[in-house]
Design a protein around this ligand. Structure first.
Ligand code: PMP
Ligand code: GLN
Length: 385
């Protein structure tokens, strides 16, 4: 059989999220691993979807996405960030995952280099490699997850084409400072690069931390593909509705791949999300507060265990230090915690290409019901503090 399988897949691992969620089920573990809420998004969004279905919005949508959803996205981008978008600036895809895939397919030629900040979201590495590109790494160093400016500039070569930014950041919960964003933007201008900015957690920043889309910085409009996800914003990750925003020529290129990948994204879901965005002003304060309380619950409770948390400013993840000398690695820790304590977490070393820093941490997802979080941390506490 092997001879029939493309060599593109040589060495391609199974996603850590699938591996851990499968084990969590097998061992009946509390799942603080894969990033999805274990509760529903707002009920009124169900009604919007049902109404769309009953109105007969059940056949193929236009390949690029429906008009009303793009209009809603353009409206909130203007209102929240003062970004001007037209329909031609937006492509609706099957989750942010497809936006990422089509972006790398559409922009990369064989041998092009792509800078990834590590730890990186796993699909970037796979997508860049599948598109023939070569990932180069710049490390976000714990505990602040800041990066060395010289390390970024030194990673850029004649072959570099893209810098991938994920802000707010999965798995660390870091929110890049304005100064850091300005530096990244200045590198893009100086070296004539594009930025792929994954902002799926744009609305999940805590305390007084504000999200700045990098596209709003000087010179970035022509150089940025911004990607986001209705699944993250409205808590329906299984609906898989995401979008990419960029200059029309770039969106046309992305659609060149999208039309042969999924062609179009599910129609009633798009209609429901178009209407959901109308409620954004009312919805967001509660949404943020809910997640901030969950962050605080887990952060404070973890401090009482031997897994020391690093407080995140955004996203729904936090890193925790593994107690020194108790495990061989993060993978060892993650496996033992699932099998012996019944708690699933993600070993982050799989998100690094260069540094060993991931081996001493675990990623914990706090997008879970309070009961789930309390039970998970209680089990971790039995490990000693
Ligand atoms: N980017 C990041 C940083 C993510 O964490 C995720 C999923 N949690 C995605 C992209 C994928 O988003 P979607 O579910 O919309 O495909
Ligand atoms: N983004 C989610 C996470 O970081 C996982 C999504 C997936 O399983 N592809 O956990």
């Amino acid at each position: 059989m092997q001879k029939f399988i493309s060599e593109k897949l040589n060495g391609m691992p199974v996603s850590i999220f699938s591996t851990i969620s499968k084990l969590a089920l097998e061992y009946n573990a509390v799942n603080l691993g894969q990033g999805f809420p274990d509760f529903n998004g707002p009920e009124w969004i169900f009604d919007f979807a049902l109404e769309a279905m009953k109105e007969g919005k059940n056949q193929y949508a236009p390949s690029v996405g429906i008009h009303s959803l793009k209009e809603s996205i353009a409206k909130y981008q203007k209102k929240y960030y003062d970004i001007d978008l037209n329909e031609e600036n937006i492509l609706i895809t099957a989750g942010a995952t497809e936006s990422l895939y089509v972006t790398f397919q559409a922009l990369l030629n064989k041998g092009d280099e792509v800078i990834l900040f590590e730890p990186y979201y796993d699909s970037y590495f796979a997508d860049v490699t599948l598109a023939g590109g070569k990932p180069k790494f710049v490390t976000l160093r714990k505990p602040t997850f800041d990066f060395d400016y010289a390390e970024l500039e030194n990673a850029i070569t004649e072959k570099t084409k893209l810098i991938v930014l994920n802000n707010p950041h999965n798995p660390t919960g870091k929110v890049f400072s304005k100064e850091q964003l300005n530096f990244i933007a200045s590198m893009a201008v100086k070296h004539d690069l594009m930025i792929v900015s994954d902002e799926v957690y744009e609305f999940l920043t805590f305390d007084d931390v504000k999200h700045t889309p990098i596209v709003t910085l000087p010179g970035m409009k022509e150089r940025t593909v911004t990607i986001s996800s209705c699944g993250k914003t409205f808590g329906f990750t299984g609906w898989k509705i995401g979008y990419a925003m960029a200059e029309p020529e770039i969106i046309t290129a992305l659609n060149g791949i999208h039309q042969w990948t999924t062609f179009a994204v599910n129609t009633p879901g798009q209609h429901a999300m178009a209407r959901a965005f109308h409620q954004l002003d009312d919805y967001l304060p509660e949404f943020r507060m809910l997640y901030q309380q969950k962050r605080d619950l887990v952060y404070n409770a973890l401090k009482e265990t031997s897994f020391k948390p690093i407080k995140p400013d955004g996203s729904y993840f936090m890193m925790a230090e593994i107690p020194a000398g108790r495990f061989e690695s993060d993978i060892d820790a993650s496996m033992k915690l699932i099998k012996e304590l019944g708690v699933a977490t993600i070993p982050p070393s799989v998100f690094y290409g260069k540094s060993d820093e991931g081996k001493s941490m675990l990623r914990i997802c706090f997008a879970k019901r309070d009961e789930t979080l309390i039970e998970g941390v209680k089990r971790l506490k039995t490990f000693g503090s």
